[in-house]
Design a protein around this ligand. Structure first.
Ligand code: SAT
Ligand code: MN
Length: 580
């Protein structure tokens, strides 16, 4: 079958199930985007923002019960349960289709079905992949325009007739009771019904680039990771590229756009959420960003925490679930020290101080990457950028030091697999609960997590110069609950130490969990942190760690014999070092 007949047949089947009023093929053009915006302004899906201060910016309010990813409704649907593994929700493919089919049948009545061919990754890159998504949400189409490369460019990048990921999305009735986000990696297929927000609905992002992507990456020998990508430039103009995995709403966007506090140092943005990494012919790990834009958390974004983001969202941006000022500007907690008077909250109700957050904690901006002032000039290089360091970061008030470096690749994979984090508003459920989140991929790994660890180890064996692996935790607190490290722009000091470690220059001290910066090795010039607090931030406590490692052993036990031996050995070795 030719490309067009494969896609047309699939689109026909989707239409037969959902019964849209008409089928609209998207071309990704500006005319199309503008027409979608017009239509959404007419029907109230979008509200116009101040055209003088925020030109071409709009506000969307999602359904109040549809404000974050719903992990409990997200499933990996493989024939064998073991292929999804115990860290994923699993449903048999036939059952999944029967259940979601019930919600999808006739779901698009009275609504058009948009067909979106999209490319994930830079044009001209052998790493890029194609998707074909249908949706009945104009907001999703407009968001896909920003987050992916929509139109003929997509189909031009198909490597074979059936080399694409299909995604069927419908708003359904937006009820969580009739919501399912289903992945069928064996069929390269996604079904999502009942949600119009974020990763549940913009199928190119988590569903394709991470869940299906990680499955394909394992088959094909590459890595699909929940990682930002940055270039760190030193005063001599040399750039070292790093990729960093951190859980949702834990500072990836801020780190990706960080403005350096250190003279001569500069950080370039390549991506803020997803890295596709492959080993090139010379054994070098290279990364591309599959996305074309940012879907970033608004609250706490300010000129102080992320000046580049503040600049980039001043035009051509779709805001979702932020508050609205009387002069029709977007507002969220942290944007200004004091909330302006006369705010409307994220649901459009008059807001009073003390009545909870005005912007939803998971409110977001959607904006083209090219609007970011720190975008690296080579961010769309089809070859990707050469990665010389990897970072695993999580949100932990206790135990985990500010920064340390793994002894080698295997040890680094162990440190990534051992990650746990405090939950955020990016997912529904309780915030601040510590949970396991290996490599920040718990919600996004499309297959058995034990096989994922094994895959990381296997990729390492193919690397001529394996990147150094670092573990960071910006969120450690003192006994009074105050952060020990200022974070944000000051994190460039940590990046500098990493780059110097990569180049063999920075000093470090050995601990049972890895190398920590030696006293004086972190550049603290002009920094308002006492040596004692820095020592606390870097401290590695044997009792705390031994308890944490017991807990990790519990977590590993669920994988049984599938857990790679080097990971189990790294755990035992760490326990032995602490006891020695
Ligand atoms: O809603 S998204 O899944 O895209 C955001 C996130 O959780 O990282
Ligand atoms: Mn993310």
């Amino acid at each position: 079958m030719s490309v067009t007949s494969v896609t047309e047949k699939w689109v026909d089947e989707a239409a037969a199930l959902t019964r849209p009023s008409r089928v609209v093929w998207c071309d990704g053009s500006k005319i199309e985007y503008d027409a979608l915006v017009e239509e959404m302004l007419r029907d109230g899906t979008l509200l116009p923002l101040n055209p003088t201060t925020y030109p071409n910016c709009y506000l969307h309010r999602s359904h109040p019960q549809d404000v974050a990813r719903t992990e409990q409704l997200t499933f990996i649907c493989t024939c064998e349960r073991d292929d999804a593994g115990l860290t994923n929700n699993w449903m048999a493919p036939a059952e999944a289709k029967a259940r979601a089919g019930g919600f999808l049948r006739g779901a698009m009545q009275d609504r058009p079905m948009y067909v979106i061919p999209y490319l994930m990754g830079p044009a001209g890159s052998s790493m890029s992949r194609v998707g074909l998504m249908v949706t009945d949400s104009a907001y999703v189409v407009a968001s896909m325009h920003i987050m992916t490369r929509v139109g003929p460019v997509a189909l031009q990048h198909m490597r074979s007739e059936d080399d694409l990921v299909f995604g069927l999305h419908s708003l359904g009735d937006l009820s969580p009771d009739r919501r399912l986000i289903l992945h069928f990696p064996e069929e390269k297929l996604i079904w999502s019904v009942g949600s119009g927000y974020g990763g549940n609905a913009l199928l190119g992002k988590k569903c394709h680039s991470l869940r299906i992507g990680s499955w394909q990456a394992r088959r094909e020998g590459w890595l699909a990771e929940h990682m930002l990508i940055i270039g760190v430039e030193d005063p001599e103009g040399r750039v070292a590229y790093l990729a960093a995995a951190m859980p949702s709403a834990s500072g990836k966007t801020n780190l990706a756009m960080v403005e350096s506090r250190l003279p001569g140092w500069r950080v370039w943005t390549v991506g803020d959420d997803i890295a596709w990494m492959h080993v090139d012919a010379s054994g070098q790990l290279r990364a591309t960003n599959p996305e074309r834009g940012f879907f970033g958390v608004a609250p706490n974004t300010s000129p102080k925490t992320n000046a580049n983001a503040i600049t980039m969202v001043r035009s051509n941006t779709i805001f979702t679930n932020v508050a609205l000022t009387p002069s029709r500007e977007p507002w969220w907690e942290g944007l200004t020290a004091e909330p302006p008077a006369g705010l409307m909250d994220w649901q459009g109700r008059p807001w009073q101080p003390g009545s909870g957050p005005a912007a939803h904690p998971n409110s977001r901006f959607t904006v083209l990457a090219q609007q970011c002032p720190s975008m690296a000039p080579n961010w769309e290089d089809p070859q990707g950028v050469p990665i010389s360091g990897l970072i695993f970061g999580s949100r932990r008030s206790q135990v985990i030091p500010l920064v340390f470096e793994a002894f080698d690749w295997t040890h680094g994979v162990f440190l990534g697999s051992a990650m746990s984090t405090e939950t955020t508003a990016a997912i529904t459920g309780k915030v601040g609960v510590v949970r396991r989140d290996p490599m920040a991929m718990l919600p996004f790994c499309g297959y058995n997590m034990a096989d994922y660890f094994a895959h990381w180890l296997a990729v390492g064996r193919r690397l001529a110069r394996p990147p150094r692996i670092f573990r960071v935790n910006w969120f450690r607190r003192d006994g009074d609950g105050r952060f020990l490290w200022p974070g944000y722009s000051e994190n460039v000091r940590i990046l500098k130490w990493m780059v110097e470690r990569i180049r063999g220059a920075a000093r470090a001290e050995e601990t049972p969990v890895g190398w920590i910066p030696a006293p004086g090795a972190l550049d603290t010039s002009g920094l308002d942190v006492t040596p004692e607090r820095l020592r606390q931030a870097l401290h590695c406590d044997a009792q705390e760690w031994l308890a944490a490692l017991d807990d990790l052993g519990e977590f590993y036990r669920q994988f049984g014999p599938r857990l790679p031996a080097p990971i189990a050995q790294a755990l035992a070795e760490t326990q032995r070092r602490f006891r020695a």
